[in-house]
Design a protein around this ligand. Structure first.
Ligand SMILES: Cc1ncc(COP(=O)(O)O)c(C=O)c1O
Length: 476
């Protein structure tokens, strides 16, 4: 039966009890059995966020004249972040709803800047490594900008020669990550920014993941290459305060070296009967809650709180890396630049997706990756207490999968295996679109009805393609 608005409003207790029951099967993040998605800093901090968010739940930052307090908190979050990322006094920026919006706005501003400063640019493109976050592909797709992806080296760093080759007169932006989501590696930003400078192109650093943890790790003595505003040529940086800033969801910061770069992100309309309209980002109504909670998070944590959390997350990531290295057949990807731990299997008898199924059965929320098939763990302070349990379960999973390699052809492992193996990406694209159409079909209230069926259809289609190719091959 389709959900309907109840005829009469219900008492709050009943509404909240229902919501509590809906959560029963959600990912368990407080206990540390979920890596990424939620950055949990404990009950006391959560309570502060809830109160700050609640205080500003109704306010709208679209009109800073009406809500001066939100303007002040946004400006202070931007300033505190600029300090953290060693920005010059000229630095400016704004808050957005998350990493994806920050990247969209950064690409938009670069495209608009090129329109003004380099009018010969007809088909704008962005040069970035294959490991740069897919939100940039989404941004480019929505903004009609082409992406020129360049390969990464064996450790997951952008290939500099390929970057140099890819940049052309239509390039409006070069992007590197600090760190990249899939492998947790910081790109050679110093060298990439030097290329950008020479070619007079803006350079964006996607520090959505690392912006609020790498500076603390640096203070703790962890080494990774330079990536922030101390690097000449870096013109903008995105940093998600709703990740390692331990703020409420819906908060990211987009910083520019100066207003000359930022001004291109503003939208102004003067013709509208509704009045003159100006907006700094993609949103119209800008919820006050995430801005207030971000400000409160930074005040509540302070440098000491962030350093403690960074230390806990780093120690946990290091213990996880070390434990995985003791398991024969598994290999940690990339370099220890951050708290991302991704690992793959070099042993054909040890299917990584079958391992993922075993971990999931043991109650872990698992992120599966491709190219190569791998498991991703964004480690946070909340995971610190369960690393030994994870390693024990992983060790058991390795034994189970080795003893029965056919597990790779069953369950979710089979599905992910097919997706990773389908060479015609269009088939995967079709299958996933069909699955999404089912997920959003009338009456669909669970996350993945029929996903298996659509992927199976794709696998059958792949087999037909393979058979047809074999048929042609065999013809005399
Ligand atoms: C490096 C990087 N950039 C961008 C994003 C996108 O952020 P969001 O999910 O907040 O839109 C992520 C998300 O994990 C990320 O790791």
């Amino acid at each position: 039966m389709r959900a309907r608005i109840p005829t009469r409003g219900r008492p709050a207790d009943g509404v909240l009890t229902d919501m509590e029951s809906f959560r029963a099967r959600d990912a368990n993040y407080k206990g540390g059995r979920t890596f990424s998605l939620v950055y949990w800093a404990g009950d006391a901090h959560h309570d502060l966020l809830k109160r700050a968010h609640g205080m500003y739940m109704a306010e709208n930052a679209l009109n800073p004249m009406a809500f001066q307090s939100l303007k002040r908190m946004e400006a202070e979050v931007v300033e505190m972040t600029a300090g953290l990322l060693s920005a010059p006094p000229s630095a400016v920026g704004s808050m957005t709803s998350g990493g994806t919006e920050s990247l969209m706005v950064a690409v938009f501003a670069a495209r608009e800047r090129a329109r003004v400063k380099r009018p010969w640019v007809r088909r704008p493109n962005v040069v970035m490594p294959t490991t740069a976050h897919v939100a940039l592909d989404k941004a480019a797709h929505w903004l009609g900008v082409r992406i020129k992806r360049v390969p990464v080296d064996a450790k997951g760093r952008a290939d500099l020669r390929a970057v140099k080759r890819a940049v052309d007169r239509n390039t409006v932006l070069i992007v590197g990550s600090a760190p990249s989501y899939p492998w947790g590696v910081v790109d050679p930003i110093v060298e990439m920014a030097a290329i950008a400078r020479r070619r007079r192109i803006p350079m964006h650093v996607d520090a959505c993941f690392g912006g609020y943890i790498l500076p603390w790790l640096e203070r703790l003595g962890v080494w990774f290459p330079g990536w922030d505003f101390r690097v000449p040529g870096v013109t903008s940086i995105s940093a998600d305060v709703h990740k390692y800033g331990y703020a409420a969801k819906g908060a990211s910061v987009l910083l520019y070296r100066d207003m000359d770069h930022m001004r291109h992100q503003f939208f102004v309309a003067t013709h509208w009967p509704g009045g003159v309209y100006a907006s700094p980002s993609m949103q119209g109504t800008r919820p006050g809650g995430p801005i207030a909670a971000a400000w409160a998070a930074m005040q509540g944590m302070g440098e000491s709180g962030y350093l403690d959390k960074a230390r806990e997350a780093w120690d946990a990531a290091e213990r996880l890396r070390a434990g995985i290295r003791t398991l024969p057949g598994l290999r940690v990807l990339g370099l220890p630049h951050s708290t991302v731990v991704s690992y793959t299997s070099d042993d054909p008898g040890l299917d990584v997706y079958a391992l993922a199924d075993q971990l999931e059965a043991a109650g872990w929320h698992v992120d599966r990756q491709q190219d190569p098939p791998s498991i991703h763990c964004s480690v946070g302070a909340a995971n610190a207490g369960v690393i030994d349990d994870y390693l024990a379960d992983l060790g058991r999973a390795v034994s189970v999968v080795r003893a029965d390699p056919s597990l790779a052809t069953r369950g979710n492992a089979a599905m992910y295996g097919v997706i990773a193996a389908i060479p015609v990406r269009g088939l995967t694209d079709r299958a996933v679109r069909d699955a999404m159409a089912q997920m959003y079909a009338p009456g669909a209230t669970t996350a993945a009805p029929g996903v298996d069926a659509t992927v199976e259809r794709a696998a059958r289609a792949l087999k037909r393609v393979k058979d047809a190719v074999r048929g042609i091959w065999r013809q005399p």
